[in-house]
Design a protein around this ligand. Structure first.
Ligand code: HEC
Length: 141
């Protein structure tokens, strides 16, 4: 009788061990899945950026605009942020009298201005309409 009780206990013990280890495995699997899902999303985000190529506009931005509007587009006390608003083509082409924002129509080609506008419109979380070379030409005063 004692032996039977012991073996039942032993079986229960082994059974509960296997339950615990199953649970553990499942948790590990879940973690891996979450990580994989996150990675896939990241890859997609990067993928989107490569599909549309804004590198020409980025070059213009880094050389011509970044000194004031900063690398992260957020500007500072003196220069406005370019985040969360569509790039104002009229401002870039004609400048704003009496401010540090000069007219760029003689410094940059219409192609360069549309490139930089599209870079701004699709960077730092911005997602605004594409700007064509014709849009730029049309806004020159
Ligand atoms: C010397 C500093 C300086 C440089 C360089 C400069 N900006 Fe500006 N930018 C300003 C200032 C100052 C303003 C705010 C003008 C005003 O008071 O309306 C401004 C405003 C703007 C705005 C309007 C922002 C809004 O609030 O709608 C845009 C768009 C912009 N700049 C884009 C550019 C682009 C593109 C370049 C590069 C080709 C550039 N800026 C280069 C100083 C600068």
């Amino acid at each position: 009788m004692k032996k039977l009780t012991l073996s039942i206990l032993a079986i229960l013990f082994v059974f509960s061990l296997s339950l615990v280890s199953c649970g553990g495995e499942e948790e590990t699997k879940d973690d891996t899945n979450t990580e994989q899902n996150t990675k896939v999303e990241d890859e997609n985000a990067e993928g989107d950026a490569t599909v549309a190529d804004y590198s020409a506009g980025k070059d213009v931005y880094v050389k011509t605009c970044q000194v004031c509007h900063q690398e992260n587009g957020e500007g500072n006390e003196a220069f406005p942020t370019l985040k969360d608003k569509a790039c104002n083509i009229n401002t870039v082409v004609n400048g704003v009298d009496g401010t540090a924002m000069v007219s760029f129509k003689d410094q940059l080609t219409n192609q360069e201005i549309s490139d930089v506008a599209n870079y701004i419109n699709h960077t730092w979380g911005n997602n605004f309409a594409d700007v064509t070379v014709d849009d730029v030409a049309a806004s020159a005063k």
